[in-house]
Write a protein that binds this ligand. Structure first.
Ligand SMILES: C[S@@+](CC[C@H](N)C(=O)[O-])C[C@H]1O[C@@H](n2cnc3c(N)ncnc32)[C@H](O)[C@@H]1O
Length: 354
């Protein structure tokens, strides 16, 4: 269900905070009598202590924050690690404005671009970087402001047009999906996101209720489609349906699957790729991409020495995924589902180089 029209974000706006800029302000920046004011962007960075610790040993150079958001991680990285510079990417222009504002005090150490992270290699090249990068951070999913700003249409808790686009310049909204997809596709989408036995029932109810244009209409339709006894378990009945639609509207899994190998390729020796996933679909992709890098794509039978010539591209810094500490989850419920995995890059020795 991937659309080709959103393969890349063409606008790659300029990097640094520009106090004197004239003309129409980018989305999310409010001009007030000649001053530029960015609306507050409150998002607590998840597993920030772990991210700082794991980026400590990387070589001096550039780190790409592929999901810069409000620059909580980015500012902490630049504060804690003077040997690092940072390129922040985000597909959401509101986040880009907030990140530029937050990182302005770091001057030329920080650059922020409006771009989807499957362009990260091109954005690194556009900076004029000749070498490879020292780190890449993916802090996946949505930011608190995306969820909390009712008008973005991400949340079943606030009445708003059914939108859910992280980048409002992309063509397809959640309303387009719920009103246009055949019932079978909707049911598959909901089932893939854990809706299990009610997926088809919900999909049929959505089709029957068309046209749906607001978050409340969709949330009510989903709630009414689920038997009363089942409604009482596992939070709001519309939570997983909204998550499934958000992931599909933004093609999150396809874009992540393309971006992970690019990130690994872009890393220099001992550079690290850190990925924080909040959803099993994201975490599966991260785990598979890191495992492929560790085996170098080896196709030999398990237990036998490698004879296919595969060269490992990395090593896991620790096995499995780290979870946030209970104290962090207590303070920030949005950290609850986080899983952090880390790969360290090895550059294979070419024949004749050893
Ligand atoms: C969890 S938030 C990141 C918060 C950030 N680490 C901080 O400390 O403020 C995820 C961000 O990633 C952005 N995002 C999601 N998918 C993206 C993609 N494919 N390319 C670029 N940005 C993306 C979202 O717009 C959102 O701002």
């Amino acid at each position: 269900m991937r659309s080709s029209s959103t393969g890349s974000v063409e606008v790659s706006s300029s990097a640094h905070f520009q106090p004197g800029r004239t003309g129409n302000p980018p989305d999310g920046i409010l001009p007030v009598e000649g001053l530029r004011m960015v609306p507050p962007f409150t998002h607590e960075p998840v597993m920030a202590d772990e991210v700082l610790e794991l980026l400590g040993p990387v070589p001096a150079g550039l780190v790409v924050d592929a999901t810069v958001g409000g620059a909580g991680h980015a500012a902490a990285i630049l504060d804690a690690h003077p040997h690092l510079r940072l390129l922040g990417l985000d597909r959401d222009p509101v986040a880009v404005a907030a990140a530029r504002d937050r990182l302005a005090s770091f001057g030329p150490r920080a650059t922020v671009r409006h771009a989807r992270f499957d362009r990260l290699d091109r954005e690194v090249a556009a900076l004029g970087e000749t070498g490879r990068v020292s780190g890449v951070l993916f802090d996946l999913g949505v930011s608190s402001p995306q969820l909390d700003r009712g008008d973005r249409g991400f949340s079943y808790r606030q009445d708003a047009p059914l939108d859910m686009r992280m980048d409002p310049s992309t063509p397809r909204t959640a309303a387009d999906l719920v009103n246009d997809l055949p019932v079978g596709d909707l049911a598959r989408l909901f089932a893939a996101n854990g809706e299990g036995r009610f997926a088809l029932r919900i999909a049929r109810a959505v089709v029957k209720a068309r046209p749906l244009s607001t978050t409340t209409e969709l949330a009510d339709t989903v709630r009414d489609a689920i038997p009363a006894a089942a409604r009482r378990q596992g939070g709001h009945p519309a939570r997983r349906v909204f998550q499934a639609l958000r992931i599909e509207v933004n093609e999150e899994l396809d874009v992540l699957a393309d971006a992970l190998p690019l990130a690994i390729d872009t890393l220099g020796p001992a550079g690290r790729c850190l990925a924080i996933a909040y959803h099993s679909g994201e975490d599966r992709l991260v785990k598979a991409a890191f495992n492929r890098a560790v085996t170098g794509g080896c196709t030999c039978p398990p237990g036998l020495p490698c004879a296919c010539g595969a060269q490992p591209l990395g090593r896991l810094v620790f096995r499995g995924a780290r979870r946030p500490r209970p104290a962090e989850v207590e303070r920030n419920r949005r950290a609850e589902s986080a899983r952090l995995r880390v790969l360290e890059r090895i550059i294979p020795v070419q024949p004749g180089e050893a």
